[in-house]
Design a protein around this ligand. Structure first.
Ligand code: ADP
Ligand code: ZN
Ligand code: ZN
Length: 752
């Protein structure tokens, strides 16, 4: 019978059918080499084996299988398929992020695969032959050996007591267990008393008795609440605990339990470079059980890790970034998503534009495992699910031990300016505190968010900012057109000549960056050692580590930085944190601005006074009465969530609606305008008022191409799947039109 295989290639293409030559052994989920296109060779994944001859001519054959076993099991294939269908991309695009780069090469010749196929290093393992596991037979053999070959007898006894398999390191006997030498073992093997196997090298495994931190009563209570939620049938739970409350300790307890019973654990972290401390902490408890997985590892290491896990027998613990969700953890029982609100769990470009946190939730539901989401400031999506009872919920509202939450001071920049109490970008209050901190020999962090290059406009007199009449977001100043634009509905207007609120002054584009702050602070405190941490200052991984290490070792006094300084760090010497321009955060043109501002400020604030002394946070703002600023000052997450959820509901935004954003790109602005217009009409005929736009994205021309956006707002629930189907059909029709063939459309489901 003829055999065919539908093969997924690492391309934005559907699976393609190849013939399987007679006698070739391939399985579903296995990697194979195929030729596709004129002269290109690819690694593909066998998705489905069947006997249905495709209708096209010139069916090519699978050239050869790669690796000795499938790279994906059915659970992983289900995940890939879910990602492709939910995020509206091809399974091939999922393959591009899911497999380490070395395992999915394309090449110009078949031979290149031979060179590139990664072969793991192997080791020999020995174990008692199965026949000897029977006690009677074992004693018989022992009696015989004891008389004739005492050395072999001793070795056999030792192997039997060791129980499990025993590893022999290259050529010599593992000294830890065996005093026998190699020849003795060989003799035993020859006689069939031992079996030796050649296996991939694995890391040294400790036992499963981990030294766990003693939990405080509050932590114990939270752990019990999580246990109860999971036992009660919830597959996902939220651990809502303020910074320093000891969420990590609770993770550790849950993780240890799963590992001890041979299950696998995945701990997702936002960005590995910033969570080096978390890995180190996990390693102190779990030792070499910890397998890190992130983009800073060499391609070789990533491949090695994938292949090792693919053969592992359970009890694996991976700490990794979002793409680790695709690792072959076959006995995955627990996924912990730390800082679940973090936007870096979402890949925005290129496809698959997936959110690893949401994948984790789906996986728990599919596999019967558990997912724990941890955060001091949960995303509103998660919060709503937890409050609504869809997720379990446990809360930690006190810092662990003697540590107290920092004192948060609001400093009014306009008032300071009026009183002449402002120097450069600093209010006197902040400078005074900074001076005292330095005098005490303590450290400070100054936070200035300057993401992207989209300054907003503000009245320097009264603090007025331009807002969209339809969307409840601030308008962005577009320098090229000189207009104020809404990034959500496309509304745009002229920059007012005079401030419409106080009619006194001009409105001006605002914005200043970390670099300027660094320079200014060094001038004001010439004796202080100042360093800066942002995307510009970290030219390499080493530069990053050096800046962090110097600050940790107190070789620098003041660290100025962007949100990079907010994550995961636990610097003992920091007693003051300054947030230079909170308005910048609160007024960013995004319906999530308030939520994000709250999360970011709470996270920055959490860096202050990690030790018992207590810390101070100074927030500079032109709007001290702004609800978000007041909620931060009070540390009141629930108040923030309440106000924001009410607004989201009123304006029909997530978590009450689902968003799908479309971005169209083309070199010719006229063709693009026409195309997006046509598409908008088609979509409106299907979706009516759920379609917004066309609108200009924040950056509407990139590398010579024009960009334009459309936004779909869809009711949550079952209709979302139907909407994706309809949308996919419309996009297919659109792309098939000759005049629009070269317009690239990217789809982003649940954009961040
Ligand atoms: P979170 O992750 O919630 O911000 P951490 O887990 O980092 O909080 O805990 C804050 C600090 O308190 C850490 O230095 C941690 O080691 C310490 N800590 C928390 N709980 C315990 C505990 N049960 N035993 C010992 N130290 C603890
Ligand atoms: Zn708008
Ligand atoms: Zn004004």
């Amino acid at each position: 019978m003829e055999r065919f295989a539908d093969i997924v290639l690492p391309l934005a293409q559907p699976a393609y059918t190849f013939a399987v030559p007679e006698g070739m052994e391939v399985a579903e989920g296995q990697a194979v080499v195929v030729q596709f296109g004129l002269r290109k060779y690819y690694t593909g994944i066998v998705w489905r084996l069947h006997g249905e001859r495709p209708s096209f001519k010139n069916i090519k054959s699978v050239l050869r299988p790669l690796y000795d076993r499938p790279l994906l099991d059915t659970g992983q294939r289900a995940l890939w398929e879910w990602v492709a269908s939910y995020y509206m991309c091809t399974v091939g695009e999922v393959m591009r992020v899911a497999l380490p780069a070395l395992m999915k090469p394309s090449a110009d010749s078949e031979q290149e695969f031979l060179r590139e196929e990664y072969r793991p290093r192997t080791e020999r393992y020995i174990a008692l032959a199965p026949a000897l596991r029977e006690e009677e037979h074992f004693h018989e053999v022992c009696d015989k050996l004891e008389r004739r070959a005492p050395k072999q007898y001793e070795a056999l006894l030792e192997i039997a007591t060791a129980g499990d398999e025993t590893r022999i390191s290259t050529g010599e006997v593992a000294r830890r267990l065996l005093r026998a030498d190699y020849a003795v073992l060989q003799a035993l093997e020859r006689k069939g008393y031992l079996v030796a196997t050649e296996r991939e090298r694995t890391v040294e495994r400790g036992g499963s008795a981990f030294r766990l931190p003693e939990l405080s009563p509050a932590q114990r209570q939270a752990l019990d609440a999580l246990d109860a939620a999971f036992a009660g049938g919830k597959s996902t739970a939220l651990l809502h605990g303020i910074t320093g409350s000891g969420k990590t300790e609770i993770y550790i307890h849950l993780i240890a339990r799963v590992l001890a019973r041979g299950g696998d654990v995945l701990l997702l972290v936002p960005e590995i470079a910033l969570t080096a401390q978390l890995i180190a902490r996990m390693e102190r408890i779990f030792g070499s059980r910890v397998t890190p997985y992130h983009s800073k590892l060499t391609a070789q290491r990533r491949t090695e890790t994938y292949l090792r896990l693919n053969r592992a027998q359970g009890g694996e613990f991976v700490v990794g970034v979002r793409s680790s969700i695709f690792l072959p953890l076959r006995r995955l029982q627990l996924i912990v998503v730390d800082e679940e609100h973090d936007a870096s769990y979402k890949q925005s470009d290129p496809a698959p534009r997936y959110n690893a946190r949401d994948c984790a939730v789906v996986m728990a539901r599919l596999s019967g495992g558990h997912t724990l989401l941890g955060s001091a400031t949960p995303s509103l999506e998660t919060w709503l699910n937890a409050r609504g009872g869809k997720y379990g919920l446990a809360t930690l509202s006190q810092r662990y031990g003697a540590a107290r939450p920092p004192e948060i001071l609001i400093s009014d920049t306009l008032r300071a300016a009026r009183r002449g109490e402002r120097k450069a970008h600093f209010n006197k209050l902040l400078l005074d505190r900074l001076g005292e901190t330095l005098d005490r020999g303590e450290q400070a962090m100054l936070f200035q968010n300057r993401r992207g290059f989209s300054p907003y406009v503000e009245c320097s007199q009264c603090g007025w900012t331009a807002r969209c009449p339809n969307c409840n977001v601030t308008l962005t100043y577009h320098k090229s057109s000189g207009r104020l634009v809404c990034h959500y509905c496309g509304h745009n207007e002229e920059v007012p000549a005079k401030c419409p609120s106080c009619r006194v002054t001009d409105v001006v584009p605002m914005g200043f960056g970390t670099e300027k702050i660094e320079e200014e602070i060094a001038r004001i405190f010439p004796e202080a050692r100042v360093a800066r941490l942002d995307r510009d200052s970290i030219t390499s991984e080493r530069a990053f580590s050096a800046i962090v290490a110097d600050f940790e070792a107190r070789k620098t006094d003041i660290l100025v930085g962007t949100q990079m300084i907010t994550k995961g760090f636990d610097f003992g010497g920091v007693s003051l944190v300054g947030i230079l321009n909170a308005d910048n955060l609160v007024n960013s043109p995004d319906f999530r601005a308030a939520e994000r501002a709250f999360q970011l400020m709470m996270q920055v604030a959490g860096r202050a006074g990690r030790r018992a002394e207590g810390g101070v946070v100074v927030i500079q703002t032109a709007e001290p009465g702004h609800p978000v600023i007041r909620q931060v000052a009070a540390g009141d997450y629930e108040a923030m969530a309440r106000t924001q959820l009410a607004e989201r509901q009123a304006f029909f935004y997530p978590p009450y609606a689902r968003l799908i954003s479309l971005t169209l790109r083309h070199r010719d602005a006229a063709i693009l305008r026409q195309g997006v217009g046509d598409l908008a009409v088609r979509l409106r005929s299907r979706f009516g008022r759920r379609v917004l736009g066309p609108m200009a994205p924040p950056v509407d021309r990139i590398r010579g191409e024009y960009l334009v956006g459309l936004l779909l707002k869809i009711e949550s629930g079952a209709s979302a799947a139907r909407a994706r189907e309809l949308l996919a059909a419309e996009l297919k029709t659109f792309s098939a039109r000759a005049e629009y063939r070269n317009i690239v459309v990217s789809v982003n489901v649940d954009p961040q």
